[in-house]
Design a protein around this ligand. Structure first.
Ligand code: GUN
Length: 311
């Protein structure tokens, strides 16, 4: 095969920011149309516990995205000393609230809280994050339901750029419930042959080197470089890390964001690559809106308009 057939030289950038804007337009019109029939807009409740600064940024991004498309958002912010039963009591109120279609608990929670018990308290039919056991089971069985936002965002991005998946060799680096595991299931459902690599995987380079499609969700800055890539592979970088440069405060420089993939090394080899920022990140927020609007359509007896985005 010729190098030019593999499109090697500089990878096509999979622009999640642009796709997120396109999808927000679609959501805006679906919400406007549905609100006439339903007599109320969709509602998303967000629960934040403690003062983790990164979570603060993520939560405010989610609230702003809701406002842009016409989803009502309701924030419950608990102090870091809150206990599991207080948080669960709030979730139970939200489960009964007819104006709330989706509930999201921002992770990570303070260590003292029982994350599993808290997530299990969310009504699975209001599970905006798709992380409830029942919804992970629905994904496993290809049944309709809210989907984990980050991997669903990756699937939407691959679909938008018409990246072929069927029959391809896919490797997912990372086995978290939030990303790695549902990602592998979604790729498998579209007929990729999938392997999952993780922190105990031996010979990572030879495994990733087989991948036509490599999704990296390891949570470790720069662990994937040129020696991990098959020339012509499609590389999706789910990592996002804030790199503090020395003297950042004094110089007033903005912190640099980087992913799990060494962009400069991989760019000349890959056929397509997601940038950080502006790749997968914006898609996660959009898919949260997609799940919420889809749950609203279900709760209000409206037609489903977003099933193509729920892999
Ligand atoms: N923390 C980091 N990413 C996510 C996410 O997608 N959902 C929730 N609930 N918390 C997160």
């Amino acid at each position: 095969m010729l190098v030019k057939d593999l499109n090697i030289g500089m990878a096509l950038k999979l622009n999640g920011k642009k796709l997120a804007i396109e999808l927000e337009d679609r959501l805006l019109s679906d919400i406007a149309l549905g609100t006439e029939k339903a007599s109320r807009p969709p509602g998303l409740a967000v629960i934040r516990v403690g003062n983790d600064p990164a979570s603060g940024v993520y939560v405010s991004n989610k609230e702003r995205a809701c406002a842009r498309v016409g989803v009502n958002s309701f924030l419950s912010h608990f102090s870091e000393n809150a206990n599991s039963s207080e948080v669960i009591a709030r979730i139970q109120e939200l489960n009964r609230d007819d104006l709330v279609d989706g509930i999201l608990v921002q992770l990570p929670l303070p260590k003292e809280l029982n994350e599993q018990e808290i997530l299990a308290a969310i009504d699975p039919n209001k599970d905006a994050d798709g992380l409830h056991t029942l919804n992970l089971g629905r994904l496993l069985k290809s049944e309709r339901g809210p989907r984990s936002c980050t991997p669903a965002g990756v699937m939407a991005l691959l679909s938008r750029y018409e990246i072929p998946i069927e029959g391809k060799r896919a490797v997912v680096v990372g086995r978290s419930i939030l990303v790695g595991q549902p990602m592998a299931l979604m790729l498998q459902a579209q007929n990729a042959t999938v392997s999952i690599a993780h922190s105990r995987t031996k010979e990572l380079t030879s495994l990733t080197g087989e991948a036509d499609l490599l999704v990296v969700a390891a949570g470790r800055p720069g662990i994937i470089g040129s020696n991990h890539i098959k020339p012509g592979a499609v590389v999706v970088d789910v990592g996002i890390h804030r790199i503090l440069s020395t003297g950042e405060k004094e110089s007033g420089n903005k912190p640099k964001l980087c992913g799990d993939v060494l962009f400069e090394e991989v760019d000349p080899l890959a056929s397509a690559l997601t940038p950080v920022p502006g790749g997968v990140g914006p898609m996660t927020v959009t898919m949260l809106l997609v799940n919420t609007v889809s749950l609203w359509q279900e709760h209000c007896g409206l037609s489903y308009t977003l099933d193509d985005l729920l892999p």
